[in-house]
Design a protein around this ligand. Structure first.
Ligand code: PDD
Length: 295
């Protein structure tokens, strides 16, 4: 199967795609990224991802020399060329290549990398649920930026894997912010669904944004409020969201079982609402007259 990648105005074979050793993304992590899911050949929430990409660029003051339309065109070409059905689209923008000096170069051309990957997710984990561990959140204070500076995140994730868990929940001042690569949600007794508010302490996930809309339309009570470790361990149910994994039920936090060690009923309902949303998106083009109930 073809694997074509876009890098700096060129479409090349993935293994021939290169950037300079003086690229600021490589030297300083002076770059941001997006990861967009593709299910059954459909791109999920592309507009929201592109909006966040341009917001991240603005926040780190990279002046882009491309438009959202240009990126959409590149994505469509890659999807066709690579026959992407299930997987993701990865976009990274760096402040370009320049002599290694910390300050911004006076003139620069941002590096734009876009590639696609096939992904076959093991469906068993959705039925079984996952274990998570907790770790101190040692990241910087601008976690709202989707920066490629991910050292604390990858160290946390590696620690989780080595402990037989799927994800590490990050704890800041006793409060859980998010996972190393996901947002976290807990369900309280009265079926209130709680997730961390949007501020500089978390990445405002696109799955998170879409799910909030879906939940509200379906009469769930969503509280965007921070919660502590004890509240998480005493929650009725808990789950993670991310573009790659959609919604993943949590059945254990450290040594505490959640919802008797099985994916909870409400979580399963929420998973099916999200799947319905994805499938509806798929049908939207085929049957545009059909009223969309969700989001
Ligand atoms: N990560 N928080 C962090 C720290 C993340 O890295 C991610 C996603 C999320 C969820 O965001 P979204 O719903 O937009 O995917 C929250 C991606 C998938 C990654 O880096 O692989």
């Amino acid at each position: 199967m073809k694997n074509i990648t876009y890098v700096n105005d060129k479409f090349v074979n993935h293994d021939k795609a290169v950037v300079s050793v003086e690229d600021r993304g490589l030297l300083f992590s002076d770059s941001i990224y997006e990861l967009i899911s593709v299910f059954n050949g459909k791109i999920i929430d592309l507009k929201l991802h592109l909006n966040r990409l341009f917001k991240s660029l603005k926040k780190i003051r990279i002046k882009s020399n491309f438009s959202k339309n240009k990126i959409e065109n590149i994505i469509n070409k890659l999807m066709n060329q690579n026959s992407l059905k299930n997987g993701y689209i990865y976009i990274q923008v760096t402040r370009g290549t320049a002599e290694r000096k910390h300050e911004f170069p006076i003139n620069y051309k941002p590096t734009l990398i876009i590639f696609t990957k096939n992904l076959n997710i093991n469906k068993k984990i959705y039925k079984k649920g996952i274990k998570v561990i907790t770790m101190p959140d040692i990241r910087w204070m601008r976690r709202d930026i989707k920066s490629t500076s991910l050292l604390p995140n990858i160290l946390a994730k590696q620690n989780a894997i080595e402990k037989g868990a799927y994800e590490a929940l990050l704890v800041d001042n006793g409060h859980i912010t998010e996972g190393s690569a996901s947002n976290i949600w807990i369900i309280k007794d009265s079926n209130k669904i709680v997730t961390h508010p949007v501020n500089n302490k978390i990445l405002n996930g696109i799955t998170r944004q879409t799910l909030i809309k879906i939940l509200k339309k379906n009469n769930f009570i969503v509280l965007e409020k921070s919660f502590n470790l004890i509240q998480a361990k005493n929650s009725k149910e808990a789950f993670l969201t991310s573009s790659t994994m959609a919604i993943l039920p949590i059945i254990k936090i450290d040594n505490f079982s959640i919802s008797n060690g099985k994916p909870g009923e409400t979580t399963q309902k929420i998973m099916s609402l999200y799947n319905y949303y994805i499938n509806q998106k798929e049908n939207k083009k085929k049957n545009s007259s059909k009223e969309l109930k969700i989001a």
